[in-house]
Design a protein around this ligand. Sequence first.
Ligand code: ZN
Length: 369
Amino acid sequence: MSPTPASASISPPIPARYYPAGGDAHGHPARLAWQDDALQISVEDLPALTVPVARLSVEARGFNHSQWALSWAGDDHDAPHLLIVDDTVVSPLRAVMPGHFTGGDGRRRSTRRRFGLGLGLLVLLPLLGIAALLLSLDPLTDRVVRHIPPEVERHIGEAVLAHTRLEGPMIESGPAHAALQTIGKRLARPGETLQFHLADRPELNAFAAPGGVVVVNSALMARAASAEEVAGVLAHEIAHVELRHGLRQLVCSAGLRVIVSALFGDFGALGGWAAQMGELKFSRDAEREADQRGLEHLTEARIDPRGLLDFFRTLAHQDSGDTRLPGLLSTHPASAERSAWLEAAIQTLPLTPWQPLDIDWASATGRRE
Ligand SMILES: [Zn+2]
């Protein structure tokens, strides 16, 4: 074993959440410390763990890549892992394993590295036509999507929001706006910069754009029977962003040219694509993945996840004869199969004491005389 400097042999405890094997969505509070080339993990009510550095892999998570997932038993969704939600506490770990905590927030990444990526793509420009064809191959799309820096995601979000503002009026204050902010605050994890905007629109729709920009139409707020229903829809949409489903569509449909332009600071090309953001159709697998991740978000926020199920059920019943198919229904089929799947998935969630959202929903949606 290589000698470790005494000053670096033990770090102050670092707060984290521990997710044991088997997909316990809620996780357990944990404290991490660094000692003798290994990570010491203390978890409430569970035996302590020691993981040698050689086995650790670290991945940036969250909308603005401010969270870190640490795993040591493979990348499987069910493998045990840790989540550090506060980027400001990782410096002791970064000091002892600088190679692991890379690829996070754009401002932290070195400019040189970004330029390297940009220049690399510039060299590849003549090949982009061929690459675009190859993008129908999933692994290549995934690789491109993984390398899109967070600042490009933020600019996409801004372009989408600018487009939404151009399309029609926004509601910037009032009870529905305040209710949306309350729901959003409960859903956002520490360190996540989510924005929640209310658009004055008659279509039942909500969507989330890269960079954590969430837009909800007033009609959706009015139709929802409770704040939990809206929270369910938002958790699902946020999951699409976190899983980078929209970015994937951008790479597939808009092509690498838009991404390359954005890497070189030209975000104009994103505007045209932004128009499609609210209309994106995802595959059935992507929808299920977003449902699963959305349920985990709700559990973490202690919001009753049945709201998501209730909202899709309401839509399925009320809109079967509606020719003006709302965006959310056309992009998120509310099939009986999906309801059944959601119901079963909710049964498997850990027993959690739900905390009702502190909102007078009748007043928020103007139903009270
Ligand atoms: Zn969806």
